[in-house]
Unconditional design. Structure first.
Lengths: 247, 413
């Protein structure tokens, strides 16, 4: 489970002064649920997810991930999280097997457990053909599969996806969406950030609309449609965000 | 701190670096080829140029001398120089390297000699130009011989013994042991090379493991793992240190092998002379065979260790600020000037180790290494330098860990 209470992250910029990238953000994600964090570029999605993954420390507020506090038990949080983002790349000079094995070892797994897990993941993700090839020579699809295997090697209870389909072709993006659904089916707690409306409609059980660091609206797709009197997610989004600007 | 994690990070970085061409070039290839290049390449070219210059028979123009036919005839007769017709603009000719030297014989020189008080002979040359300098030396030697001969003639004229003008002879002889001579000759040069290579060995892994990872997007991937940041820093730092030490190791091996095979080229072309650890080197004019004390070299290696740690931590910290490999190069590159300066000062003659200089990083290493290679062991200074180097290294490493924990450094955009 993920629980965020008034999560705030402030950056100081010499030119722009204080920037509230996440401003008192609160939400809860249950196991077996996909929470969609929807927002434009620079809305605060990445910052919020980085705080949840303990890559950044919150300025104020609290959050627990898999029962562990993101500040006090950062290492335990990371041991229970699989973090996949467009910005989390692979080591080009390592093979896919070495890459997955490295993260297995960093997660405290034994060599035998890593071997068994790689075999299982390779079969599930159809990676046998390129498992012993260096990542730098991979196609985008191969890279995504290897990244997925890397996030799953320690079988985390919580999955955090930060715009994982950014810049991917349709087929690879579909494979990612399928994988996210699989995670839900396996009972994992999933948080998924994107600015693609169709992905949210197809995938998410609960949607949070974030803008200028603030969580402006939250609910299921049906609840949001009913609340804003619109069927199309894009219209709902513009209404929510536009209303905020007008105010 | 978890050593299992540190070793895991280190082993991965080692494997990764061994597959990186730039790191291999800076830590293995360059240190291995630099000594053969210096000795066989630069050494051979230098000795060739010097030999050619020495063999060059300088062209000499005579200014005046119409009333001193004997001196002019002697100059023309000399096999060591070649008298040419004096160009109208002889100064320009010297400047254009068409003429090596001009010698001005003052009016009434020979008459003055006979009378016992001749005016000074002037030698004109292109100062700093190798061949012109050599030409001036040849003419001066000719004039010195002429002066000696004049003295000898005058003494004979008065039936006086030659010892009247030269009552005694003197001879210089070296009493320093070969290790000291070798240490003095190479004491500045060897630590200088070690310092530079240690630094350049650390440079590329440091940039690749920090800014390179940020640029490639793998830093964020790594930070997602449940490993403490201090473990990540130490694992990466150990890899940078490995790069630094391996550069030194390969250079020393290469230096030993190269010196054993043909140090003669660097030593002036003597086919029989050698230089190196426990071996000998000699100039044709030297009566002692310089050697490098193996214990001194071991001492140098021990003293270099904390400095290698300092380099590894410093380059790591500075490169960490950069967003890309290219940016890191622009930060770390100029650091080499800071490294070279004290090493060069340490090579200068007359700069001796004292308590104050023992606290100046790098310069202290350069100076103490010079002493150790000469077989001089100032234990109080050695302890002071080793201790201060360890302290600087520890501060740099602590700073690296601190920087790695800073979000604005790691996620700098």
């Amino acid at each position: 489970m993920i629980e965020a209470h008034n999560l705030t992250k402030t950056f100081r910029d010499k030119k722009r002064g204080e920037i509230h990238a996440a401003d008192h953000v609160s939400f809860r994600v249950q196991p077996g649920q996909i929470y969609g964090l929807l927002g434009a570029n620079g809305a605060g999605k990445t910052t919020t997810l980085r705080v949840l993954a303990t890559l950044l420390a919150p300025t104020s507020g609290t959050a627990t991930v898999a029962g562990f506090d993101v500040v006090r038990d950062a290492q335990k949080v990371r041991a229970n999280v699989g973090f996949l983002a467009a910005s989390t790349a692979l080591y080009g000079r390592l093979t896919a097997r070495e890459m997955i094995g490295y993260f297995g070892r960093l997660n405290g797994m034994t060599d035998a457990a890593i071997r068994a897990r790689i075999k299982q993941l390779s079969a599930e993700l159809d990676m046998d053909e390129f498992l012993d090839r260096r990542c730098e020579k991979f196609s985008t699809g191969m890279k995504q599969k290897t990244s997925i295997a890397r996030t799953l090697v320690h079988d985390p209870a919580v999955m955090i996806f930060d715009e994982p389909t950014l810049g991917l072709d349709v087929m690879t993006a579909r494979a990612i969406v399928r994988f996210v659904r699989d995670c839900r089916a396996r009972g994992k707690t999933v948080i998924y950030s994107t600015h693609v409306m169709s992905e949210v409609e197809k995938l998410c059980d609960v949607i949070g609309i974030i803008h200028d660091g603030k969580l402006l609206a939250e609910g299921t797709l049906a609840e949001l449609r009913a609340r804003h009197g619109e069927q199309d997610m894009e219209e709902i989004f513009v209404k929510v965000v536009g209303g905020e600007v007008a105010a | 701190m978890n050593w299992n994690n540190i070793v895991t990070v280190y082993l991965k970085e080692l494997k990764d670096s061994l597959r990186d061409r730039r790191t291999l070039i800076s830590t293995i290839v360059v240190p291995t080829v630099i000594m053969p290049l210096l000795m066989f390449g630069v050494g051979k070219i230098m000795s060739g140029v010097i030999k050619k210059t020495q063999e060059d028979i300088p062209s000499v123009a005579i200014l005046g001398g119409a009333d001193s036919p004997a001196v002019v005839a002697a100059l023309k007769k000399s096999a060591r120089l070649r008298v040419v017709t004096t160009p109208a603009d002889w100064k320009q000719a010297i400047g254009d390297k068409k003429l090596r030297v001009a010698v001005e014989i003052p009016a009434g020189f020979e008459a003055g000699l006979k009378a016992g008080a001749a005016a000074a002979v002037k030698v004109y040359n292109y100062s700093g130009e190798l061949k012109s300098e050599n030409g001036a030396r040849v003419v001066e030697r000719f004039l010195a011989d002429l002066r000696e001969q004049t003295i000898a003639d005058r003494l004979a004229e008065h039936a006086l013994p030659k010892t009247l003008a030269r009552p005694f002879e003197f001879k210089r002889e070296n009493v320093a042991p070969p290790e000291k001579v070798g240490g003095n000759m190479f004491g500045g040069f060897v630590p200088y090379l070690i310092i530079i290579l240690c630094f350049s060995g650390a440079m590329y892994p440091a940039m690749d493991l920090t800014a390179g990872e940020k640029e490639r997007g793998t830093m964020e991937t790594l930070l997602c793992s449940p490993v403490a940041r201090v473990d990540i820093v130490l694992g990466k730092f150990l890899m940078v240190l490995t790069g630094s030490l391996s550069a030194m190791f390969f250079m020393l091996i290469s230096m030993g092998v190269t010196a054993a095979i043909g140090g003669s080229l660097m030593m002036g072309g003597s086919a029989t002379s050698r230089v190196g650890v426990g071996t000998a080197a000699a100039r044709p004019t030297m009566d002692v065979i310089p050697m490098i004390d193996p214990m001194g070299l071991l001492g140098v290696l021990a003293m270099v260790l904390p400095v290698a740690v300092l380099f590894a931590a410093a380059t790591f910290t500075v490169a960490l600020f950069a967003k890309s490999y290219k940016e890191a190069q622009s930060y770390v590159g100029p650091m080499i000037i800071v490294v070279i300066m004290p090493a060069v000062v340490g090579m200068l003659p007359g700069i001796d180790l004292n308590a104050r200089l023992a606290l100046v990083p790098l310069l202290n290493l350069s100076l103490v290494c010079k002493e150790m290679l000469s077989g001089v062991w100032h234990w109080n200074y050695i302890a002071l330098i080793f201790g201060s180097s360890c302290l600087y290294a520890a501060i740099a490493l602590a700073l690296a860990v601190k920087m790695f924990k800073r979000e604005d450094v790691i996620f700098r955009t």
